[in-house]
Write a protein that binds this ligand. Sequence first.
Ligand code: OGA
Ligand code: NI
Length: 394
Amino acid sequence: MMNNLQDWPEPIIRVQSLSDSGLPMIPDRYVKPLSDRPSSNRPENGEANIPIIDLTGLTDDETELSRSTMDRISSACRDWGFFQVVNHGVSPRLMDQARETWRSFFHLPMEIKQAYANSPKTYEGYGSRLGIEKGAILDWSDYYYLHYLPLTLKDYNKWPGSPDYCREVIDEYGKELVKLGGRIMKVLSIDLGLNESHLQNAFGGENIGACLRVNFYPKCPQPDLTLGLSSHSDPGGLTILLPDHEVPGLQVRKDGQWITVKPARHAFIVNIGDQIQVLSNANYKSVEHRVIVNSGMERVSLAFFYNPKSDIPIKPVQELVSADKPALYPPMTFDEYRLFIRLNGPKDHIEFDPSLVIVILGLDCWLYMTKFDWIKLGFRLIKYENFGFGSFVA
Ligand code: OGA
Ligand code: NI
């Protein structure tokens, strides 16, 4: 198997250092092609926002949400792939503490942060790029990535040792978010017409994966030319995002437009990742999103990824497959899927041969595919070619 994941192809430059140096123009490496820039194409509908859903009644023991709340969750997952939750059971104090602890980390002197510099082998630690393509156009952000689960991957030495209490706060936050993720999984299972533990079991029950990516978006002198995070869909199961409480930036694609999320106070932003799109046989959508930056204020966000156990094959749930709606995706483990994305970076389009798709999946499947599915399948097919075509049947 190819493995050139040991190191980055070029010296790493911290975006925060570039920003702090006060340069008036961003280096060419960060300038996006015209079609990807924030203001490209259509004017935005300023009023629109992703649905806001009140989870009062959803506890670890009971799932007592009203019919109308369930309906709102259902259409959010099907039409938006995104929603905000309030009264979700995580303490507002812990949310603020987690975000501000991380903000303090990013404001520590560079020598301290560099001790946690990451490599493309595991991505754990302090990073400034995704993917190892030499000469790639980069995003205007730094990040920190760490594992909570499984316990075999949890390693305090790879978590920041300062500021004080950092590890305790991260630990407590992770514990609460794993619980919230489990509660949301139940609601989604019920909405899909399944037993409430169905999705959780498909994820491996207790043996799920959970990791945190903290994004730091420094001020940018030319925000119209670049992005804080390029358009992507999240490869994992479910993402629970704690956004900056003061600075918007996340944009979600809806009917071809980019909608800027207006965060509600002490809300989390929840979105469906690729693995749940697959399990739901595309009843739910893993929707593309991106982050814009600005010249006045830095932005911090905590993306918590609730993922399947990494070596279980993920495929459409049998109950959601029928003659009318055949399985749209071949089985694939999250390990396999993630490796491909790590090699190639968070690209949202990729070249592949459509005739191959029809031959392998059959015409029925092809007819059901949206452009977005094509992109995802492109990932899969290319990956299968790379690893020997083997054994999948649609
Ligand atoms: C991510 C992500 C959005 C944000 O980390 O995958 O989409 O607002 N973050 O930082
Ligand atoms: Ni994302």
